[in-house]
Design a protein. Structure first.
Length: 479
């Protein structure tokens, strides 16, 4: 949108590549940050007005411009001062209440000690309801995507909105329902930059500050908001009453540039449990892992080398890469970590995969090199961090999943049935083979019913995979 681009100049990033200043093209907004060694905002300056901040021993925000922020015993913010609010009551603080799982359950927006907005959650940690006292909305979930909004009590055939998504979890492409169809248009961070109607006319535009502050305009560029759209920054949901974004596992405040509760998985991707990292190369849609994104620019090269293999597998280049670089792979699930990445959180493994693909002669050569390097990477990462491993398979008493071990099994299958071994027999015998993918679980964890009930099925075009919980060192075998 004209005037809403930005410029960081020659001094916009510090020696650690952290953003320290930027200017909007229309010259109506400039921001600069004085960062601590771990990234806390010691002060932030906006249009020549400086706001100082203080932080506690776990990097929790204690004060902003002299106004106090309070927390409960688990580190959840229980109050957000007026200086960190946008609307609709910018001169009043916001009070928050949390449940035992650190989920936000209510908010007092007008400082009268009465909850004005309440949230409801299901047993899987998904937000399934919101009541603002006027409208009680039910969010229907498919996995971790909202596919429909209903006003509580309405018939199943009468949703307020239905949503359709593209390949990424936070990439809505269409909303149907009240007011007619709306089509989403996004930027490289999956932030929604515009909505169009069925005739292709722009009905709403969005512009953002560096940390997600959003300005909304109509198609002509006049400041307004009439489309009842909550999907904005990085494709996440803006709550206009709370001035917070819903990021599944946590709530995010764009004015403070941080989350308002601690990271549920602890110190796995930084020194602060409240810090926000909106990099163009990393994704964490579940809020429970760190997913290093494979560079989109490399996909044409990958597709060129692997087109025949991808055709036989029935997958795209992006799906193939997700298998080796994503916690959200065909059978991984949002709560399972790719073990190499968990042990090497700076994403060197993904850089390694990228280098292999760039320098391999063909697709099968790349697959084999990736497979051959997994044990060395696991051992090197284990030696560095002194983590526990059992026979090359991760021990879930220390880690969240068996991503790397399972990937070795699937790579062995690809090498054997797709590429052939030895290399003289490339890309032959693409047989769908059933494999038992074992998951080592600690003895004190009961196997949940949903895990036992997973039906055999083709997932994303890959071979049929069964999940088999075991308590010993597993050996894969055809079923």
């Amino acid at each position: 949108m004209n005037g809403y681009g930005f410029d960081v100049g020659t001094s916009g990033y510090d020696d650690e590549d952290r953003l320290v200043s930027w200017n909007r093209d229309d010259n109506n907004l400039d921001q600069a940050w004085n960062l601590s060694l771990v990234g806390d905002w010691n002060s932030v300056t906006e249009n020549a007005s400086t706001q100082s901040r203080t932080h506690g021993p776990t990097h929790e925000l204690l004060t902003a411009a002299g106004q106090t922020i309070t927390h409960d015993a688990k580190g959840n913010q229980t109050s957000i001062p007026a200086v960190l609010r946008v609307s609709p009551s910018p001169n009043l603080p916001l009070s928050l209440q949390w449940d035992f799982e650190n989920k936000l359950i209510s908010a007092d927006t007008d400082n009268d000690a009465v909850a004005d907005v309440t949230y409801q959650w299901d047993a899987l940690g998904r937000r399934v309801g919101r009541d603002d006292g006027t409208t009680n909305t039910v969010f229907v979930q498919s996995g971790h995507q909202t596919i429909a909004d209903y006003t509580s009590g309405t018939a199943a055939a009468s949703p307020t909105y239905n949503y359709a998504y593209a390949s990424y979890i936070d990439e809505p492409v269409m909303r149907a329902g009240t007011g007619g169809n709306r089509y989403y248009h996004r930027g490289q961070q999956y932030s929604v930059v515009g909505l169009t109607n069925g005739s292709g006319s722009v009905v709403e535009r969005y512009a953002y500050s560096a940390y997600g502050g959003v300005d909304t305009f109509d198609g002509a560029g006049v400041a307004t908001s009439s489309s009842d759209n909550r999907y904005t920054y990085t494709g996440r949901e803006w709550d206009n009453d709370l001035d917070l974004y819903h990021y599944r596992a946590r709530m995010y405040c764009s004015l403070s540039g941080r989350f308002v509760s601690r990271d549920p998985i602890g110190y796995v991707d930084g020194y602060s449990q409240y810090g926000s990292y909106f990099a163009i190369s990393d994704l964490d849609p579940s809020g429970l892992s760190k997913h290093h994104w494979f560079p989109q620019a490399l996909l044409p090269q990958l597709n060129g080398k692997c087109s025949e293999v991808f055709t036989r597998l029935g997958v795209s280049g992006k799906q193939f890469i997700d298998l080796f670089t994503s916690e959200l792979g065909p059978w991984g699930g949002g709560h399972l970590h790719t073990e190499v990445q968990t042990r090497d959180p700076r994403g060197k493994w993904n850089d390694h995969v990228k280098d292999i693909i760039e320098n391999s002669s063909d697709c099968c050569d790349a697959i084999k090199k990736i497979r051959e390097s997994i044990p060395d990477w696991l051992q090197a990462a284990q030696d560095r961090l002194r983590l526990v491993s059992t026979g090359g398979m991760p021990n879930m008493t220390k880690h969240r999943g068996n991503g790397a071990g399972g990937k070795q099994i699937l790579l062995d299958h690809l090498i054997d049935t797709i590429c052939g071994w030895p290399p003289e027999n490339p890309c032959e015998r693409p047989q769908p083979v059933r494999w038992w993918v074992p998951i080592t679980v600690p003895r004190w964890i009961a196997v949940p019913e949903w895990l036992e009930a997973i039906p055999p099925r083709i997932q994303g075009g890959f071979p049929t995979i069964f999940v088999m919980p075991v308590l010993t060192n597993p050996t894969p075998g055809a079923a």
